[in-house]
Design a protein around this ligand. Structure first.
Ligand code: ZN
Length: 271
């Protein structure tokens, strides 16, 4: 082993941040980002499974990132900050929360010094009006996106508050991130979304392969996530409104991307 290789290993160990899914409720994931000592939880809708995991792994909670105000993303916050009073909570500035928090908005940098990570905040209206995502890149060049209920594996969130135009624009911003960006969504909807995507685009070979890969993971009880921006751009119909096969599959045969997006979101609502 060369010196260079040993040095790389030590650097790797120093930045050895792991991201693990904590399943909650029926199909939520609470993502835990940790370095073996300190942890940050994303969208903790339930405190108990988080506390259980923190204790099992001998971790302390130093931060909580909130993407939007829905109960299944925030209901665990009060119990967590009671158990871990040092944990700093970050939540979207444009929404109202009952717990103490640092409001975050577009372009803001959330510095998690314990984990040696800086997250940039993206305001992504659509699912809710104040919805944000957190994007970070570590010193090894790994890129991670925590996108709440905006982008799902092969799908996207429902439009509870925003317009189709807003959601379409938000998704286009995510699609423009580097293809290697790992996508951490908060629900395990991937297989059902793939079925829907295949109903629009049955001949997409990458989508067909994704179905098999996802089925194999789920059969083993594993999460279908994280996904990647590259895979989403190749398979997610909501990121493919500019592609002829989706425009045909939507039934509209229109090149108006927002119209196609609106139509396939409506189709997915009743699928
Ligand atoms: Zn939601």
């Amino acid at each position: 082993m060369t010196f260079h290789r040993i040095e790389q290993m030590i650097v790797g160990m120093h930045h050895n941040v792991q991201i693990i899914p904590i399943p909650a409720f029926k199909d939520n994931y609470i993502w835990l980002i940790h370095n073996g000592q300190q942890a940050v939880a994303v969208d903790p809708g339930d405190a108990q499974p988080v506390i259980k995991t923190l204790k099992k792994l001998h971790l302390s909670l130093s931060g909580i990132l909130i993407t939007h105000h829905h109960q299944d993303h925030i209901a665990g916050v009060n119990a967590l900050i009671k158990a871990y009073p040092d944990a700093v909570v970050y939540a979207p500035k444009l929404e109202t929360y009952s717990f103490p928090h640092t409001p975050v908005e577009e372009d803001q940098l959330v510095q998690l010094t314990d984990l040696d990570l800086n997250f940039s905040v993206m305001h992504l209206p659509g699912h809710t009006l104040g919805h944000v995502a957190y994007y970070t890149e570590n010193k090894l060049g790994d890129k991670w996106l925590f996108c709440g209920d905006t982008l799902f594996g092969a799908g996207c969130g429902r439009l509870f508050e925003g317009t189709p135009e807003q959601m379409h624009q938000s998704l286009k911003r995510l699609a423009a991130l580097a293809g290697s960006t790992q996508v951490y969504c908060t629900h395990e909807y991937t297989l059902r979304n793939i079925e829907f995507a295949l109903s629009l685009e049955p001949s997409n070979p990458i989508l067909q392969k994704r179905k098999l890969d996802t089925q194999a993971l789920r059969d083993k009880g594993m999460a279908s996530l994280p996904s990647s921006i590259e895979l989403e751009c190749a398979t997610n119909p909501f990121l493919r409104c500019h592609v002829a096969s989706i425009q045909v599959g939507s039934g509209l045969r229109s090149a108006n991307e927002v119209a196609v997006f609106t139509r396939i979101r409506e189709l997915r609502n009743v699928y």
